[in-house]
Design a binder for this molecule. Structure first.
Ligand code: SAH
Length: 251
């Protein structure tokens, strides 16, 4: 019997932001693999089994899920946000590429979800209205020097930047260093958006100018969006400002 593996994006944390397609796949799954807190967000029936693992064990989790699927189970691998953005879909692909031939015959499907930067951008207005990029500040899988080079290059290119994994326990200075590098390239008035746990009850949201931005308001549940020189703030009495990047750039 050939098993099935579905890689599901559960969105930023608000159940209303999960797609009907993801919900249906969760209802049909037998075995669920994922980081514990992501599995906790699902309403599983007693006959649906959970295999929770630590945040950093992605490749081991991917292999265990592929192994279960190759034994005939209907397996769901769960990621927060979108599973293709700094998450499990790439880990599964890496495991398939280096794993046994049988894994290449599995029915593998990736179901998209609302990724963190889209949830934070929607909360702020339209900061991703023009060209943008996403960078993970985690140096678990790439050297910090490369992150610094990329930050300089994309800021110089005029892209709005969404930063994932802004702070790590091992390296709490990364975000402040990123702001320092960006201040060398961008105006100090550039808007910086801190969106924490957006869509969840413990959400926090703030907009500050790059000149005043430090790592303080961010933690591992925060996605930081740094505007380009074009990004604008519309102040509104009694309401959060609207932050947006105009759709066009004048030459
Ligand atoms: N696959 C996920 C990202 C995983 S990396 C996605 O598509 O969203 C984990 C990082 O995502 C966190 O460090 C944080 O930067 C961001 N993140 C995840 N959920 C978030 C939320 N609800 N609000 C703000 N940032 C979030």
């Amino acid at each position: 019997m050939t098993g099935k593996l579905v890689i599901i994006g559960t969105g930023p944390g608000n159940p209303d932001q999960m797609t009907p397609q993801a919900l249906a796949a969760i209802g049909a799954g037998e075995q669920f693999f994922g980081y514990g807190p992501y599995l906790d967000r699902l309403e599983l029936r007693p006959n649906q089994t959970r295999v929770a693992s630590d945040n950093r064990q992605e490749i081991d989790r991917a292999r265990a899920a592929l192994d279960a699927a190759s034994k005939g189970a209907s397996v769901c691998v769960v990621s927060g946000g979108d599973p293709g953005v700094f998450a499990m879909a790439a880990a599964i692909c890496e495991a398939v590429e280096t794993g046994p031939e049988t894994w290449r015959r599995l029915d593998i499907m990736v179901l998209p979800g609302v990724t963190a930067m889209l949830a934070v951008a929607a909360r702020a207005g339209a900061p991703l209205g023009h060209d943008f990029c996403a960078i993970s500040l985690s140096d678990n899988l790439k050297p910090w020097e490369l992150i610094e080079r990329r930050l300089r290059a994309v800021a110089q290119a005029g892209l709005v930047i969404a930063l994932y994994n802004p702070i790590s326990r091992a390296r709490p200075w990364q975000l402040a260093t990123a702001f320092k590098i960006l201040r060398e390239v961008l105006p100090v008035s550039t808007p910086v958006i801190f969106g924490r746990a957006v869509g969840r009850p413990d959400e926090r949201f703030a907009v500050v100018p790059l000149g005043e931005a430090d790592g303080q308001p961010a933690d591992m549940a925060t996605c930081v969006i740094i505007g380009s020189a074009e990004t604008r703030i519309i102040a509104r009495p009694g309401l959060d400002p609207l932050v947006y990047s105009p759709r066009g750039v004048e030459i």
